[in-house]
Design a protein around this ligand. Structure first.
Ligand code: ARG
Length: 463
């Protein structure tokens, strides 16, 4: 549709900007994403102007109808935004002008793009904190489902990437569940910090019109107004908080994908990634590469950097608004898009892939994962101090390693060479399964405790 549009800011100061200036100055290709928010903010402002009788009720109706038309055209992809009008705010005003004529020229009374863009961006962040929380919850559900079907699957727990102690896979997966649950709380903090309305601040000093800020808050769903107009137009902390919470999610995604990549290696052979999310090699026919996980790892490493990118844009800027702020949007939009994609992909991988149910147990057995339990056997049943029992078991491990055997392949006579007090009872402690059920504390890998954690989690994700 061809709407005749005038360039809104055609004052003597900026009538003739160079093409190159337009290229660096225009942000419409990026901030057109604030379309919905800008319409909402404009409607709320129009209402506040009507209350002050700056515009009549008829004019308000006209403005809203014009905005309806713009929304309709936009929904039907009939709008081509103009770069000459710089950004979404001026594009919408200019479109409104083409549709309803000069009444549109009243809409910018008592406001500025400075409070407008700050408000739009806050609304966008609030909307997408919500979306992000939803998406994270889906991932938590998918992790939970894998935990449920792997409650008896024993794998090695690692420290320093060395086989340490047996744990259940369910317990291991529930650790990731906890991380993502923390991310939800972090996003709630971001929402709290973002939920303040800048409208009424105008350019920086506040509006010359007594706009009803409670009405503006109510219309846009804000809890309260900003306290200080200078802060309101220059505060982009909420964007940094948002990016920092994205960084935390990406930290957890990176950890999980990196681990699954390792586990899907044929050396570990603990995880079999779905064919839908892996690729073959162009030359080595036997391979299945976990590309999707590698991309999640790569992208999350980039996302993690973005809060410092924005911090650097903001650092050392005196009060108040600077065009530097315009750079915030590309950073938050791109980071958000990439993160959502990574979460969705990881969710699908969790749904479609399988964990190996036997190999973990074997790795535990072959690598003395119950050695700590043996030390505790001597403490609990033979009243040997832990430090002494530790030394005895360490010698037994070296002996077994030399003989190329695991603990369950040693005989009672072998054990008694190291301490006469050792009896048949030791074999119960060698058993990897018993190592798991021996754990007593609430947060432990004991299957009964993990089952409780799963139950609690199931309630949580349903909310
Ligand atoms: N496109 C601008 C931005 O995103 C809008 C605010 C412009 N304000 C100004 N004083 N030039 O920051």
């Amino acid at each position: 549709m061809v709407l005749k549009r005038k360039k809104i800011l055609s004052t003597s100061i900026n009538k003739k900007t160079s093409k190159l200036m337009d290229s660096i100055n225009t942000s419409i290709d990026i901030d057109s994403r604030l379309f919905t928010e800008d319409i909402a903010v404009t409607r709320a402002h129009a209402l506040a102007l009507e209350k002050l009788k700056i515009i009549s009720n008829q004019e308000l109706i006209k403005i809203n109808k014009g905005l309806d038309k713009i929304v309709n055209l936009h929904t039907n992809k009939k709008i081509k935004f103009s770069r000459a009008n710089e950004d979404i705010h001026m594009n919408i005003e200019s479109l409104l002008h083409s549709i309803i004529g000069n009444t549109a020229s009243k809409i910018h009374t008592g406001r500025s793009r400075n409070d407008q863009v700050a408000t739009d961006t806050r609304l966008w962040v609030l909307k997408n904190c919500k979306n992000l929380k939803k998406q994270i919850k889906f991932l938590m559900k998918d992790i939970l489902n894998q935990a449920k079907i792997n409650q008896t699957n024993i794998i090695p727990g690692f420290t320093h990437l060395q086989v340490a102690q047996p744990v259940t896979l369910a317990h291991h997966l529930m650790a990731y569940y906890e991380m993502f649950k923390r991310d939800l709380s972090h996003l709630e903090f971001v929402e709290q910090m973002t939920n303040e309305n800048p409208l009424g601040s105008a350019a920086l000093a506040g509006s010359n019109y007594k706009l009803d800020t409670s009405l503006l808050n109510k219309e846009l769903g804000f809890n309260e107004s900003k306290n200080n107009s200078l802060d309101a137009v220059s505060d982009r902390d909420f964007c940094v908080y948002f990016l920092q919470s994205l960084a935390m999610v990406s930290l957890h995604l990176g950890k999980m994908s990196s681990e699954l990549i390792l586990w899907s290696s044929n050396i570990f052979n603990l995880f079999e990634i779905s064919k839908n999310y892996s690729t073959g090699s162009s030359i080595m026919p036997q391979k299945r590469n976990p590309d999707s996980l590698e991309l999640i790892r790569g992208k999350s490493n980039i996302i993690r950097n973005q809060s410092s990118s924005l911090l650097n844009v903001l650092a050392n800027l005196p009060l108040t608004y600077f065009k530097d702020f315009q750079e915030d949007k590309k950073i938050i939009f791109d980071s958000y898009d990439d993160l959502i994609l990574c979460i969705e992909v990881l969710s699908e991988i969790m749904k479609e892939s399988k964990f190996n149910k036997v190999n973990g147990y074997k790795i535990c057995e072959d690598n003395f994962a119950s050695a700590t339990d043996l030390a505790d056997y001597l403490v609990l049943e033979k009243k040997i101090t832990f430090r002494d029992s530790y030394k005895i078991i360490a010698s037994i491990v070296s002996y077994a390693q030399k003989k190329k055997k695991n603990m369950s392949q040693l005989t009672l006579q072998d054990f008694q060479k190291f301490n006469k007090k050792i009896d048949q009872g030791i074999f119960k402690y060698i058993d990897i399964k018993n190592s798991i059920t021996r754990k007593k504390t609430t947060m432990s890998t004991n299957p009964s405790k993990v089952a409780q954690a799963i139950k609690k989690a199931e309630k949580f994700v349903k909310k």
